[in-house]
Design a protein around this ligand. Structure first.
Ligand code: 4AD
Ligand code: MG
Length: 431
């Protein structure tokens, strides 16, 4: 019996006979030879079936195979410098598991709606596979960064009684007789965790009933939310740039093949190293006004504004100190200029938009209470959050990284729908 292996592992089996469970990605034939393009999720290999060298039933089985048929293939691994992977298999045996008929996704072009309706099958394509591998590496590198830097992973709840990021896009549900919302952000709970554990981070799904249909918005997306006790805004910015550097450099190191498979311009990523440039909101407004945008001080940026600013840099850029009026209730005012807050959005290069939102949090109980009133938030539901200021309040900061926007940027994708296996969007809940 030949040894069972996976395509990624064939380099350790040169000259040996192995068996691999796989699917047919594509097939070519030249009369006496059939070339099977095989995939198993770990990689791709060409299986060569030579009529004069195999039993008739093996030849016939190879002939019967169609795109996405499943099989166990047996054969001898050879080095093949002309192939992309560097290896090829001389096929000696085929056990057909399932013959596929009329696979809907063919090598021809398909429209986006068709592909989204077949997302469960589209995932098998080489580009979608590569994106998911890169997404997994990004997650691994994120966790590695925080684990190395003494952050403890803490899981905030998904069902919540309150809003963390404004009340307009809350996802409502019933919680028996009470009203509840799917979490928009774990931040408020992470602040409680930081007061217990010092440095913490969460990684989980968040939900926003965004009525806007854009290339950057999902209804369900994954966020990484670090929170740090005894940490001022400036220190938080340094953590953010180091963290993003670590993630991008890890993907470059561990996902070369996948980045190449999707045609990413790698030189644009090699450059992503801390420190990152910074610009204040005031200067950003000035810059925009000088470049033909008619946006007054006090208004929030839209995608075109962010893109115009990002185009000035070849690294992510921090936009800092936004007006308090357009930011969340919990952000700490700048002590020298209370109309702006100690916050920053990190805007990715190449027009990928905001990937991080973060700030120093209000630690003064009286000021926080005032903010609750201004924002018409009920003190009853947030009493526990007030307690964090009542009992041993400390300066603390944190931020949230949107995973899908980060994947879109690192992979160079125009739309976040390809960054998550099953995207939840304004008009899409299927499959
Ligand atoms: O800027 P946001 O709203 O910040 C917060 O939620 C803070 N509570 C985070 C914190 O300080 N702990 O969201 C953070 C990031 C954004 O920068 C963006 O990358 C992503 O989450 N994001 C979305 N990604 C996809 N679809 C959406 N609808 C998103 N909304 C936000
Ligand atoms: Mg934001």
């Amino acid at each position: 019996m030949a040894n069972k292996t996976v395509i990624k592992g064939v380099k350790d089996h040169v000259g040996e006979s192995v068996v691999i469970g796989c699917w047919v990605n594509n097939k070519r034939s030249s009369g006496k030879i059939q070339f099977l393009q095989l995939r198993d999720g770990t990689g791709y290999i060409q299986g060569v079936v030579v009529k004069s060298e195999v039993e008739e039933e093996v030849w016939d089985a190879a002939k019967s195979l169609t795109q996405e048929s499943s099989l166990y293939v047996t054969g001898v691994i050879r080095e093949e410098p002309r192939s992309q992977s560097g290896y090829e298999m001389t096929v000696t045996g085929i056990e057909v598991l399932h013959l596929t008929e009329n696979y809907p996704i063919t090598p021809k072009e398909h429209g986006v709606d068709f592909l989204m309706d077949h997302r469960h099958l589209w995932l098998r394509s080489s580009k979608q596979r590569a994106i998911l591998v890169i997404r997994a590496e990004i997650i691994r590198a994120i966790q590695e960064y925080f684990d190395i830097n003494d952050f403890t992973l803490v899981d905030p709840p998904i069902l919540t009684p309150t809003s963390a990021e404004g009340t307009t896009n809350l996802f409502h549900t019933k919680y028996f007789d009470e009203d509840a919302y799917l979490t928009q952000s774990g931040q408020l709970y992470m602040e409680a965790a930081a007061m217990a554990l010092g440095r913490v981070y969460s990684f989980g799904p968040t939900f926003r009933a965004e009525k806007s249909k854009t290339r950057r918005h999902l209804i369900e997306f994954w966020m990484i939310e670090p929170e740090m006790a005894f940490t001022e805004h400036e220190e938080s910015l340094r953590v953010q740039e180091e963290f993003i550097t670590h993630v991008v450099q890890s993907v470059l190191k561990n996902c070369r093949t996948e980045l190449e498979a999707i045609g990413r311009d790698i030189s644009k990523l090699e450059n992503i190293k801390a420190p990152f440039p910074r610009i204040t909101y005031d200067d950003a407004i000035k810059f925009l006004n000088d470049h033909g945008f008619d946006i007054p001080w006090g208004e929030d940026f839209g995608a075109p504004h962010e893109t115009a600013i990002a185009e000035e840099y070849d690294k992510p850029v921090f936009i800092t100190n936004y007006p308090a009026g357009i930011k969340a209730f919990y952000m700490k005012p700048d002590p020298n200029r209370p109309e702006v807050v100690l916050c920053a959005d990190m805007i990715a290069p190449e027009g990928y938009g905001e990937i991080i939102g973060g700030s120093q949090r209000i630690d003064d109980p009286a000021l926080l209470e005032e903010r609750f009133k201004e924002h018409e938030l009920s003190l009853d539901t947030y009493k526990w959050y007030m307690d964090l200021r009542t009992y041993g309040s400390v300066p603390h900061s944190g931020f949230g990284l949107g995973l899908e926007r980060t994947v879109a940027w690192i992979c160079g994708l125009d739309h976040v729908r390809e960054t998550i296996p099953f995207p939840r969007m304004l008009y899409r809940l299927y499959p």
